[in-house]
Design a protein around this ligand. Structure first.
Ligand SMILES: NC(=O)C1=CN([C@@H]2O[C@H](COP(=O)(O)OP(=O)(O)OC[C@H]3O[C@@H](n4cnc5c(N)ncnc54)[C@H](OP(=O)(O)O)[C@@H]3O)[C@@H](O)[C@H]2O)C=CC1
Ligand SMILES: O=C(O)[C@@H]1CCC=N1
Length: 279
């Protein structure tokens, strides 16, 4: 995209107001500024962003404020604070929501109807990114309510796409399932690395060597999955020689009481927790 094309992709009816520049808000902001969102169109509201974030905001010519900005109608009101804080944080932002504003929340669980109690009825999107967004390799699930226009949907898609693919889901409840799979998902993969390293240590390897092997294995397998046209099942079969070592290990992991029932239970717990955070 040329600079002009990308500026057009992010053209909004007013400023992009980002509430919360922490892990996820900061990752998305970084992606916006790298991908052609004009800094002058961004207002970041955060009481105390990290020093590196403050510098990036200043270098890009974006604004940073610690209080709710006055006299502003947001083009996009992008909410990236913890779900537990939203009831306290959101009410003073209501004046920023106008006829042409699209509200985007990435908070786990928090429903659009809960957002409406604070911000009024508006075009709203619930989105669920994940932390690989920090390296431009995330994936995001998104749901738009009926007030979101085609133009707003495209704008939000462009803002989310800076961190990786965007998958629109047909129902709002699906976002809680997306949260269980891909929102929380990176943590499961990091834990897999920890488990593999610990098992390697128990086999007699030095702990740091076992960790390097496990880490590079998961990173390499992820990259192969990313680059290969084959699905995960085919890639798994490529590793598995009949009667070999992988088959021996998979016999344990794929047993009736192996990983699948554990994942079923774990993801059900994540979705249930998202549902509890709804109100
Ligand atoms: N982490 C993840 O993997 C994912 C998180 N999410 C969702 O993203 C949201 C943010 O999570 P995450 O980035 O991890 O959390 P962080 O705590 O890293 O970021 C939240 C940011 O909001 C700031 N903040 C606190 N109070 C206010 C306020 N009154 N006004 C403006 N900003 C404020 C915090 O500042 P301070 O630190 O000073 O309190 C912090 O910088 C959550 O709702 C979470 O559910 C979604 C997908 C994945
Ligand atoms: O753990 C959480 O609640 C957030 C949402 C998805 C990932 N982190």
């Amino acid at each position: 995209m040329t600079g002009e094309q990308s500026a057009k992709a992010f053209a909004a009816s007013g400023p992009i107001v980002l509430i919360g520049a922490g892990n996820m808000g900061g990752a998305l902001l970084t992606g916006w500024l790298k991908n052609g969102v004009p800094g002058s169109s961004v207002i970041v509201v955060d009481p105390n962003p990290a020093e590196a974030m403050r510098k990036m905001i200043a270098d890009a010519g974006a604004s940073h404020v610690t209080e709710v900005p006055k006299g502003v109608t947001a083009g996009v009101l992008f909410i990236a604070v913890k779900p537990q804080l939203m009831d306290a944080v959101l009410p003073p932002f209501k004046p920023l929501v106008g006829e042409t504003t699209v509200v985007v929340s990435i908070a786990a669980g928090k429903t659009l109807s809960a957002l409406e109690t604070h911000l009024g009825k508006a075009a709203m999107v619930r989105a669920m990114p994940n932390t690989p967004a920090m390296v431009g390799r995330g994936v995001t699930g998104a749901f738009a309510n009926a007030r979101v226009s085609d133009g707003q949907r495209q704008l939000v898609q462009n803002l989310l796409k800076v961190s990786g693919p965007v998958e629109w889901v047909p129902g709002e409840a699906d976002i809680d399932s997306v949260t269980a799979v891909s929102g929380s998902g990176p943590a499961y993969v990091f834990y897999l690395v920890e488990c593999m390293a610990e098992a390697g240590r128990k086999l007699g390897l030095q702990a740091d060597l076992a960790m390097r092997l496990a880490r590079e294995t998961v990173a390499g397998a992820g990259e192969l999955l990313h680059q290969s046209p084959d699905d995960a099942s085919r890639l798994r079969q490529n590793v598995t020689s009949p009667g070999g070592t992988t088959a021996a290990a998979l016999g344990v992991l794929m047993a009736e009481d192996g990983m699948q029932p554990l994942f079923d239970e774990a993801l059900e717990a994540a979705r249930k927790r998202a549902q509890e955070l709804a109100g």
